[in-house]
Design a protein around this ligand. Structure first.
Ligand code: APR
Length: 387
């Protein structure tokens, strides 16, 4: 088994296969420090915690993770809170920075004797339509190598070798949500004890706690904005305005540790299996960060794929592997639907959904329904935490 990529999908898959006695090697183009420190997501769904717990991989998040179950919406019509842990299925998120989770999975894999080749870039997957696919890669010293396997798991993200090796004619659904976010990691305590979503005529603003000292903020910006185009003063000015700090209390300021610009788009590859090549995580589908689903889908797909591969490789039963793509896509499309709904809910201007007064009124009506309708709130909670 060759696994491309040491993110949440690749590392969980590696741990589960290695734990079931399946020989596998992970090829990762980055070095160990980069893999352990890259700050990305951090909102783990209840199902993700269940999966990690089921496989004895939840020690870190049980120890340091923080339960989270409140969203606060701030709009021109005021603000309201949803304690989604008391709605829907009564499930909550666990706030645990992704780099901590990835570090836990990596350490466990290495401690168990798992094989991982760092700074080894997969270049292409060959003969995926045969029982003997190979992966060509570039070693840290530049030497080309070829890895043979019965199956190859593409967990190397949207721009990885697995996607590049898909046969022509593979279906790739792409949707541009028409909005762009400036993503910020700030060295400051959270400004509110909730995920904060601000809908404002100047654009969306978002607030997500990461730890007691670090907070993630998002600010809708013009497409093509360079990440360093906004001086810190402008960032706080916009956050104060859009989060309506004058009404609802000050934003806790601090130095910006990291910034990135994200165009909100989504894509899905169909099917997720091409012979001996199987996709999981961002290599399978990318979601806008509006609903914090990416890492949770990566974990769900990795467990589904691991179980199917163990059935096939250890027990000679290919049925689950034949069903993997259909089963995983069902979860992916559900997450895509909710993520799409959230983008339309949160973006007033500019963006294809925000321009017309008709759309503005629809958005205000949806927010009002979310504020007042218990049925709508239950639906929201079930889809917000579920994957
Ligand atoms: N060869 C080897 N490794 C590669 C290659 C390649 N050609 N291309 C990418 N990689 C590695 C990256 O360095 C990265 O470590 O693949 C890994 C992919 O990891 P992630 O991007 O974290 O992808 P995944 O495991 O699918 O998890 C995705 O996590 O951060 C969230 O929001 C994010 O939804 C996303 C989820």
């Amino acid at each position: 088994m060759v696994i491309l990529g040491a993110g949440p999908a690749g590392l969980l898959l590696g741990n589960l296969l290695h734990g079931s006695g399946i020989d596998c090697v992970v090829l990762e183009r980055a070095d160990p420090d980069h893999v352990r420190t890259r700050a990305r997501a951090g909102f783990l769904a209840a199902n993700t915690v269940r999966i990690l717990d089921r496989h004895g991989l939840a020690d870190g998040l049980q120890r340091a993770g923080r339960a989270h179950s409140t969203c606060e919406f701030r709009t021109e019509d005021g603000r309201f809170r949803l304690d989604y842990g008391r709605l829907g299925r009564g499930e909550r998120h666990t706030v645990y920075p992704q780099q901590e989770l990835v570090t836990d999975l990596l350490n466990r894999f290495l401690d168990a004797g798992g094989r991982i080749r760092f700074e080894t870039e997969a270049l292409a997957v060959h003969d995926a339509d045969s029982p003997h696919p190979t992966v060509t890669a570039r070693e840290p010293d530049g030497r080309p190598t070829r890895w043979r396997a019965r199956y190859v798991a593409g967990c190397d993200g949207r721009h990885g070798a697995a996607r590049r090796s898909l046969p022509p004619g593979t279906l790739r659904h792409h949707h541009d949500h028409g909005a762009t976010w400036l993503g910020l990691l700030v060295q400051a305590p959270p400004s509110l004890d909730a995920v904060g979503y601000a809908v404002h005529r100047r654009g969306f603003a978002g607030h997500m706690a990461r730890t007691a000292e670090v907070t993630r903020y998002y600010l809708q910006c013009d497409r093509g904005t360079p990440a360093d185009a906004w001086p810190e003063e402008r960032i706080w000015h916009e956050l104060d305005l859009r989060m309506r700090a004058a009404e609802h209390g000050p934003m806790h300021r601090g130095p910006v540790l990291h910034r990135t610009v994200v165009d909100l788009d989504s894509d899905v590859v169909e099917p997720l299996r091409h012979g001996a090549l199987l996709l999981a995580g961002d290599a399978a589908s990318l979601l806008s960060p509006s609903a914090a689903k990416g890492a949770n889908l990566a974990v769900l797909a990795a467990e589904l794929l691991a179980e199917a591969l163990v059935d096939d490789l250890a027990h000679g039963d290919p049925r689950a592997l034949d069903q993997y793509s259909r089963r995983c896509l069902a979860h992916i499309w559900r997450a895509q639907e909710f993520s799409h709904w959230m983008v339309r809910l949160l973006h007033a201007v500019p963006g294809p959904y925000g321009r017309s007064p008709f759309d503005d009124s629809l958005r205000r009506t949806r927010l009002e329904s979310l504020r007042t309708s218990r049925t709508h709130q239950d639906w929201f909670a079930e889809n917000y935490v579920g994957v």
